[in-house]
Design a protein around this ligand. Structure first.
Ligand code: 0O2
Length: 214
């Protein structure tokens, strides 16, 4: 029965999935093109600038939870207006400098509208979390209309992702609020950052000593 509100919500969500999956495809293609050029050895880049690209569409449960938190009702228009992370891309890079190189390249593209940048690399969260969050808006060409859709891109290094993934898993299963463990997790984030800085310094030393091999 299509009059049932549950059916309507599900139908809207399926429609939203189709739209935002296409937005994810567009952004992923842009990132792959940048990575291919960086890895070709003809530019300033190096192999494996992008280690991995992950994508996800926010689950119906998470959408409803977020709307509730904001005191908003469920409707496709409200979601599109208020939630910028329905479509999410996680770009896991080898080194921090590659992140800014890729961001710069995306910002140059005339069809990419950068709506917001939150730099938790320069300014980590109190938890120790580090990543660069960027909201972009891109045109997606459908059969009968062109829609401007938002995508959240989270740029991280392998080291940042290591910490964030494990921390997320620990936090998800346990209530870590204000415990001694949060302090230890914060310290672990600092140690991982130190390690990452050292790996970058090693790479830069190698580039300096053997400029053509890299
Ligand atoms: P999921 O399942 O990853 O989507 P908002 O996004 O509007 O709710 P805010 O504060 O503007 O709120 O967003 P923020 O903090 O810039 O980005 C939220 C996302 O960043 C989270 O998504 C996580 O993916 C990630 N994140 C932020 N802080 C932490 C942290 O301390 N640890 C880890 N592991 N990840 C973090 P969601 O919505 O929580 O969930």
């Amino acid at each position: 029965d299509s009059a049932h509100p549950g059916v309507e919500v599900l139908t809207d969500y399926m429609q939203l999935n189709v739209s935002y999956q296409s937005a994810l495809d567009e952004v992923t293609t842009k990132l792959k093109i940048i990575d291919r050029e960086l890895s070709s050895g003809t530019t300033i880049g190096r192999k494996n600038a992008i280690h991995q690209i992950q994508t996800r569409i926010k689950s119906l449960k998470s959408i409803v939870k977020k709307l509730d938190k904001k005191g908003l009702a469920y409707s496709p228009a409200i979601i599109e207006q208020n939630l910028a992370d329905i479509a999410g891309v996680r770009v896991i890079c080898s080194y921090t400098d590659d992140i800014y190189l890729i961001l710069h390249s995306l910002m140059q593209q005339t069809d990419v509208n950068v709506l917001q940048i939150k730099d938790y690399i320069k300014q980590p969260k109190p938890s120790g979390y580090r990543s660069l969050h960027v909201i972009v808006q891109i045109p997606v060409f459908f059969l009968e209309q062109t829609r401007q859709l938002k995508v959240e891109i989270q740029f991280r290094t392998i080291a940042m992702d290591y910490w964030a993934s494990l921390e997320h898993g620990l936090r998800y299963k346990n209530n870590l609020a204000h415990s001694e463990l949060t302090t230890r997790l914060e310290k672990a984030a600092v140690q991982i950052n130190d390690l990452e800085t050292e790996m970058l310094a090693i790479r830069q030393q190698l580039e300096h000593d053997h400029p053509v091999d890299m």
